[in-house]
Design a protein. Structure first.
Length: 414
């Protein structure tokens, strides 16, 4: 199976797909799947732009809306995770994963699927220690703080991924696992990005939860993005044991290393995307403790037996089949001749794909549940309740804003 791996998409679907179609023609090959490691920017309309945390000068519709509307169809099946520059209101509709457009599948805030017999897992967002143990308290429309915190990785999602026991072929994260730089060409990396050195020495460049997942899951491949450079590494998990090939890629710009074709051992095609039985079992077990306030999830309250969940899911998949529920439009799409954000709905929209999956798993829909929302979750002061952000600011280079936001001399980095 030939898989194209893309770093940060930043909404530039047209150019990425055009590049892949050109590669197929020139190299006389067929690319079976495109994987994107975040900052996909599935912006359907002007209202989605309001949940996209980017500097105003970079806030534009780009090209995803054409694929959402049906004007265009992705020429290659596409799977992506979320990063820190996303239309977060839309991705929240598909928290468990789903089609954002025909042929384009969001893996969810955390998830595992199968493409053919290749098992692909992923974790959306970036790590910030002051939100890690919080629940998913943000509510659409997001306020000034929530538009930034909504994409911060939560313990709840990592905990579910840590329950995975069966082998993972490919895993995706937006930011890098902390410590991954020990396994590659550090000298070359620092030549490209000298300002990484301090954080590498401090052990803070990257995500600690991602590093824990790397040690637990030990996938054959791990792909990341976020830092806007290409970096490869080989992690040997123990002497004589399995290894993980790590690759991070840049964002889609001329002259940048944003794409790579990888050959993955697999059964012969044609391939289709399918739900993963083990992952659906884990989802069923832990959905009852889905944290929707700032309170930490209490995993001991997840009373369902995992073996019973597995048998339940197996029976359901045998009856229905494993294909994800079909794509459905939920809001109007962008009209280039009419730029008016007030035309579009404002608030949480129940996505029929999510409703169908939860009904299939016999689970309650919780994504718009405000019954447990405490008053503090909307209090501006409560954003700082877990401690000062002085030493863990959102405004550091390489994180929520790229390094160019502090150095306007290099516009290409933003």
């Amino acid at each position: 199976m030939k898989i194209a791996v893309e770093g940060c998409m930043h909404g530039d679907l047209d150019n990425v797909y055009a590049t892949l179609l050109h590669l197929q023609e020139v190299e006389n090959m067929k690319i079976d799947l495109l994987i994107c490691c975040g900052d996909f920017q599935a912006v359907r309309n002007e209202k989605d732009l309001e949940s996209l945390n980017v500097p105003p000068k970079y806030r534009s519709m780009n090209s995803f809306w054409k694929y959402y509307s049906g004007e265009k169809v992705a020429p290659i099946p596409t799977i992506f995770i979320g990063g820190n520059h996303e239309a977060s209101n839309y991705l929240w509709e598909l928290y468990y994963g789903g089609w954002v457009a025909p042929q384009i599948y969001f893996l969810g805030f955390a998830g595992v699927v199968k493409f053919g017999n290749v098992r692909i897992g992923g974790l959306s967002g970036i790590y910030k220690r002051h939100h890690y143990y919080s629940g998913h308290y943000e509510k659409v429309p997001y306020n000034e703080q929530e538009i930034r915190s909504i994409y911060h990785v939560r313990e709840y999602d990592v905990h579910k991924l840590m329950q995975v026991e069966e082998p993972i072929d490919i895993f995706l994260s937006h930011d890098w696992p902390v410590g991954i730089t020990d396994y590659g060409n550090l000298k070359n990396l620092l030549h490209q990005k000298p300002f990484f050195e301090e954080e590498i020495l401090e052990g803070t460049l990257g995500s600690q939860p991602a590093a824990e997942l790397l040690g637990k899951l030990r996938p054959s491949y791990w792909f990341s993005a976020h830092l806007h450079c290409k970096f490869s590494a080989l992690v040997q998990h123990r002497e004589g044991g399995p290894s993980t090939k790590f690759l991070a890629l840049d964002k889609c710009l001329p002259g940048r290393k944003f794409l790579q074709i990888v050959d993955i051992d697999s059964q012969p095609g044609p391939y289709e995307l399918l739900y993963d039985e083990e992952w659906l079992s884990i989802t069923r077990k832990f959905n009852s403790v889905f944290p929707l306030t700032r309170k930490r999830a209490n995993f001991s309250d997840a009373k369902l037996d995992i073996h019973g969940c597995r048998q339940f899911v197996k029976n359901k998949l045998q009856t229905r089949g494993g294909k994800p529920f079909e794509f459905v439009h939920t809001v109007p799409y962008h009209n280039p001749s009419q730029f008016n954000a007030n035309y579009f709905p404002y608030g949480h929209c129940r996505n029929p794909q999510t409703e169908a999956l939860l009904k299939f798993l016999d689970l309650q829909y919780l994504l718009d549940n405000t019954a447990e929302l405490d008053e503090l979750s909307r209090s501006p002061g409560s954003f700082f309740s877990t401690g000062s952000l002085d030493n863990d600011s959102e405004d550091i280079p390489i994180d929520d804003v790229d390094d160019v936001e502090l150095n306007e001399a290099d516009d290409a980095e933003t």
